[in-house]
Design a protein around this ligand. Structure first.
Ligand SMILES: Cc1cc2nc3c(=O)[nH]c(=O)nc-3n(C[C@H](O)[C@H](O)[C@H](O)COP(=O)(O)O)c2cc1C
Ligand code: SF4
Ligand code: FES
Length: 621
């Protein structure tokens, strides 16, 4: 590099402030010389000025951050991944580390703080204040509440609560068939008892148990039956089908066959259209049609896979993923090839630690021995925010931002992740691609009852004898589901009410137990099937308690972006606790939430309230 001569002292310099040892005065273009002081004075002033701009990173914190994350530069979209690494290492986020991270990522400190404080799983603490060594989360979702979670939440803090252990409630953990559920740091406790939680804390069992890959799971064989339930000992980590076993059973032949055959790709899209498969994340948009729409967009195109599974009562994605990860990965590759996708981002909810370990291992095996050219695959970790299941919020989160839903249009199929056309799918939608294509679309559409077509994975929990995932025909009624798939009601319980679609899908009375369960069939009754999370209530339960549980959930999970949802859900929680409901005010809130909320959370939040007003008015009169 050529060195220039300094105008002040004649020395040679590279950057202006490396030289000029003593500048006493400077000639301004107009007027006489003005005394500025020594160079040290100037440096001091600059230091003071930069201090005014905000807190500066200290050397130790920068060193600690770099020891974990490496040297800058860092990709901006990896902010949440970096926060996880810090949070895992320190069991909290020290604010001094956030300052250092902001410096290394070259982004404003406020941006790092606003992201870190948005997500429930990040604990931001001041200075060197310490977080508890172990956090025990007890699910306070409806199915766990029915199974006794309140008692766990009441008694565990006194038995465990000290500086080192804290007990906190958590929204549905996606294990409702194992209710009540607790998680000791990252280790789930199915069918949790006080003793089981105490034993795990005392033994320091905080890691999710490893799952073995020594089994072959055939999802299609479960059609019209239950995904077999497991003993409590292996419920947290069942054996799964690994890469070699999946390939040995014909896996990835479909994906490989498409590599250089455009006609075969067209046949795959036609099969998807003919099968009538609709998105299984809740909205029910026809999958084949979505592929055509995104396929017609300009490259580069991206895919976002939704494994956020946050809807209370839903656990089907986890159930399949922890048994059979490659059927999903192959579906993803087939979709990517059909649509022309350059990179796939898999967004997995943070609560699924076992699934994350499986996906990390199996994606690495797939990449080490690819059956066909692979798109780039990135696995992203949620951080405890239900709203990130909403597709545009998920995209924001993948970009490393707060999970706030976007206004539409533009739709994400046109302007999605990183501004590119994006195909977003629920895990289970992709899970069925291989079977639909290889067995033929008629295999899938051949199932069905009461005039409906296809298979649905119902996550059934609550007052039934055998909860779990039931792969039943679309259009089956609740009564049939309970009688044929769940071994009837739990002993001592008779059907009183049910939630056909988790928190968002309303609450229906036993008198509507013969309504076909499918997309479009429940709307006339004031509900919807969504992700097919069926929670069954009995004569020992009250619909108003279920509705309050759901509204608390919505209030907790509202992203806060729009006032009707942020304030409306909190206000509704307060009103719903009165013995006699103020239905006029509640209906005002319902109307404004439905009309003026940006996304489905605020729009669906009134559903449980309206159900109680319509079908269970005697409980709140
Ligand atoms: C508040 C809210 C939460 C959602 N949560 C999820 C979720 O956890 N998992 C999911 O797959 N879809 C969820 N969805 C639906 C997604 O926005 C989107 O429709 C879906 O991922 C598209 O995939 P599909 O067409 O395969 O269903 C949610 C929607 C809303 C409004
Ligand atoms: S409706 Fe609620 S969750 Fe959705 S964007 Fe508005 S505040 Fe956020
Ligand atoms: S795991 Fe507790 S309600 Fe779902």
């Amino acid at each position: 590099m050529a060195l220039s001569a300094c105008a002040g002292c004649g020395q040679r310099y590279i950057r202006w402030n490396q030289c000029m040892p003593e500048v006493k005065s400077y000639a301004l273009p107009t007027g006489g010389p003005v005394t500025l002081g020594t160079l040290d004075d100037m440096r001091q002033r600059i230091r003071q000025k930069s201090k005014l701009k905000g807190r500066q990173a200290d050397d130790q914190s920068v060193a600690e951050v770099r020891a974990l994350l490496g040297l800058p530069p860092h990709r901006r979209d990896l902010l949440i991944e970096h926060l996880h690494r810090l949070n895992d290492a320190h069991r909290c986020l020290h604010d001094r580390h956030l300052v250092a991270l902001a410096k290394d990522m070259n982004i404003p400190m406020a941006e790092v703080f606003e992201v870190a404080t948005f997500y429930h799983h990040f604990d931001v603490v001041r200075g060197d204040a310490q977080a508890p060594v172990i956090t025990v989360r007890v699910c306070d979702g409806l199915s766990c509440e029915l199974a006794g979670a309140k008692e766990l939440l009441q008694r565990l803090p006194a038995l465990l609560g000290n500086q080192d252990v804290r007990v906190i409630p958590a929204p549905c953990l996606g294990r409702c068939e194992q209710a009540p559920v607790a998680v000791v740091h990252q280790n789930p406790v199915p069918v949790a008892t006080i003793d089981a939680v105490l034993a795990l804390v005392q033994s320091g069992g905080t890691r999710h148990p490893d799952a073995g890959d020594g089994t072959v799971f055939d999802a299609a064989a479960c059609a019209q039956s239950s995904v077999p339930s497991l003993s409590e000992a292996v419920q947290a980590a069942p054996a799964y089908t690994g890469y070699q076993a999946y390939r040995a059973a014909g896996g990835y032949q479909l994906a490989a066959s498409l590599a250089s055959d455009d006609a075969a790709v067209e046949r795959v899209i036609q099969a998807m259209e003919a099968s009538g498969l609709r998105g299984l994340g809740g909205a029910g948009f026809p999958a084949g049609r979505k592929w055509r729409i995104v396929r017609s967009q300009t490259a580069p195109k991206l895919m976002a896979v939704n494994i956020d599974e946050g809807e209370p009562g839903t656990f089907k994605d986890r159930t399949y993923l922890e048994r059979d990860p490659h059927r999903f990965l192959e579906g993803m590759l087939v979709a990517a090839r059909a649509v022309g996708i350059d990179a796939c981002y898999i967004y997995l909810r943070d609560e699924y630690h076992g699934c994350r370990a499986i996906l990390e291992r199996e994606i690495a095996r797939l990449q080490a021995d690819p059956p066909c050219p692979l798109p780039r695959i990135e696995l992203r970790r949620g951080a405890g925010a239900y709203i990130c299941g909403e597709e545009s919020a998920m995209i924001e989160s993948i970009e490393g931002k707060r999970g706030e839903p976007r206004m539409r249009p533009p739709y994400i199929a046109e302007v999605g992740l990183f501004g590119r056309p994006t195909l977003e799918h629920n895990f289970e939608t992709l899970y069925w691609v291989r079977d639909i294509v290889q067995k033929g679309p008629d295999w899938f559409s051949g199932f069905g009852r009461n005039g409906r077509k296809g298979l649905r994975s119902f996550s059934v929990s609550g007052r039934v004898s055998r909860p779990g995932v039931k792969l039943a025909p679309a259009g089956i009624t609740l009564q049939e589901l309970i009688d044929e798939y769940c071994g009837g009601m739990a002993p001592g319980h008779t059907l009183y009410a049910y939630l056909p679609g988790g928190a968002s899908g309303g609450i229906l009375p036993a008198s509507l137990a013969n309504v076909p369960l499918d997309f479009d069939t429940i709307q006339p009754h004031g509900g919807f099937i969504g992700s097919a999370a069926v929670i069954v209530l009995s004569q020992h339960d009250r619909a108003r308690d279920a509705a309050l549980n759901m509204m608390r959930f919505f209030a907790h999970e509202s992203c806060g972006q729009c006032t009707p949802c942020r304030v409306g859900t909190a206000k509704a929680v307060a009103l719903m606790q009165a013995d006699v409901w103020d239905n006029t005010t509640l209906e005002d809130l319902n109307t404004v939430m439905v009309d003026a909320s940006i996304c489905g959370l605020g729009q669906a939040a009134p559903n449980p309230v309206r159900s109680v007003q319509k079908y269970f008015a005697h409980e709140v009169a």
